[in-house]
Design a protein around this ligand. Sequence first.
Ligand code: FAD
Length: 404
Amino acid sequence: MTETIKYDVLIVGGGPAGSTAGHILSNAGLKVLIIDKSRFPRPKLCGGCITDKTIRLLKRVFGEAVSGLKKNGIISFESNQYEIYFKDKRVTKKDLPLAFYFVDRYRYDHFLLTMAGQAGAEVVEGERCISLDISGSRVTTSAGRTIEAKLIIGADGINSIVRRGFPKGHFDQQNWLDNMAIAFEIFINRSQLRKQIDHPVLYFDFVNHGYSWIFPNKEKLVIGAGGPFRKNKKQLLPAFNNFLSGLDIGEFQPDEIKASAFPYGGFLLQPAFRNTLLAGDAAGFADPLLGEGIFYAQRSAELASQAILNALREGKDIEHDAAYIAGQYIGSLQRYIYPEFVYARKTRDFIFTCMNRFHPASLKIIMGLLGTKPAEAIHGLRSYKWMKRNHRNSGADFHSDGKF
Ligand SMILES: Cc1cc2nc3c(=O)[nH]c(=O)nc-3n(C[C@H](O)[C@H](O)[C@H](O)COP(=O)(O)OP(=O)(O)OC[C@H]3O[C@@H](n4cnc5c(N)ncnc54)[C@H](O)[C@@H]3O)c2cc1C
C-alpha cells in the first residue's frame, strides 16, 4: 500500500547541506522531513578541513562555538599554519591569525543531523529516494513510499537523484561533466609518516589543475589528491601513488585508497525548477580552486532556507509562490556564492596556465606576490574577486556586488 504524506519541505540527503536547511526550517516551525539513504553515523570520504567562515556559520545557524565543538570531539585538530610545496621545494609556509579546523565527517555529519532532529525535523535514515516527480513535487523511496511536499530541497550530494529529475536542457550537462573531478584519499596513522605534520600541507605538482594534500587529524593523517577528470584521465591514480611513494608511508593495501567524485567548477546557475531547489554538491557548489565543499553546502542551504522564510514573512505561500522563492534563492547565490566560484576558478586557471606554459616556479612568484591573501579568501575574510577585503560584520559572508 502506498502511503502519502505532505510536508512543508522535504529534504533529500542529511549531509551538511540537508542538516543545515533542516535545522533552520524546523526552528522556524515548518513541517520538515529529512530522508537519507544511509544510517548515521555514516562514512564520507573527505579531508574534513573547515575554515573560519564555516565556524561563523556553525555559530550563526546552530549556535555552536569552537569550544563546544572541541569539547564534544567534533573538531579534533586545528592549526594556524599552512605550507605549499612544488615537488620537494617549499613554495610558502605561513602563519595566520585564523585557524583551519579538522573534523571527522563521521561525527560531524551525525552531529549536524542530530541537531536538525532536535530542532524538530523528522529524520528518516536508511531509506533511499529513488525518483523525483518534479511536477507533482513528490518522491518515491526504496521503501515504496511516496512523499509529497510543498517544496523539495535536493541535498543528496554529487550523484543527486533529485538533480537527475530536472528536465533535460535545464542545465548544461556537458559543462557539469567537464568540471567533474576525482579524488583519492587514504587515512594513515600519524606514526606511519616520519615527518611530523601539524598543519595542512598542499602539493601542486602531481595533478594537473588540482593538487595533493596532507591534512592532520588528532590520530590520523588524511592524504589525498584530486583534480578534474578530463584534464588528468587515467593519470590520477598513478599520480596519487607517485605522491604516496615519495612520502614513504610504508606498507598499505591498495583497497585502503578510496575514491570519490566531487564538483570542481561546473556549478549550476539555475539550481531550481518548479517546487524543487538544489543545495550543496547536488548543485555543484564546491570552490573550484581547492574543492572546499562543506562550507558551500551549508551556506547554500542557509540561503535556500532564508529564501523560503523571507517569502513566508512577506505573506507568500511556499507551494504556490515557489517560483518567487527560487528567484530569491538564485539572487542570493549570485550575490554571495557565484562571484567567489568564478574568481576561484580564474585563480586556478591562472596558476596552472603559468605553471604549464611558463615555468613551474611561477607558483612561487604568484604566492610571493599574493602573500596570505588567498588563505584569507579561503577563510572568508577576503573575496576571491580581486582579493578584496570583506566586512567581517556585514552579515554577509562575502561582500560582493554580485557582478562577475
Ligand atoms: C576526497 C574528498 C575530500 C574532500 N575534502 C574536503 C575538505 O577537506 N573540506 C571541504 O570543505 N570539503 C571537502 N570535500 C567536499 C565535501 O566533502 C562536499 O562538498 C560536502 O560533503 C557536500 O555536502 P552535501 O551535504 O552537499 O553532500 P553530502 O555530504 O554528499 O551528503 C549527501 C547526503 O545525501 C544522501 N543521499 C545521496 N543520495 C540519496 C538518495 N537517493 N536518497 C536519500 N539520500 C541520499 C547521502 O547518504 C549523504 O548523506 C571533499 C570531497 C572529497 C571527495
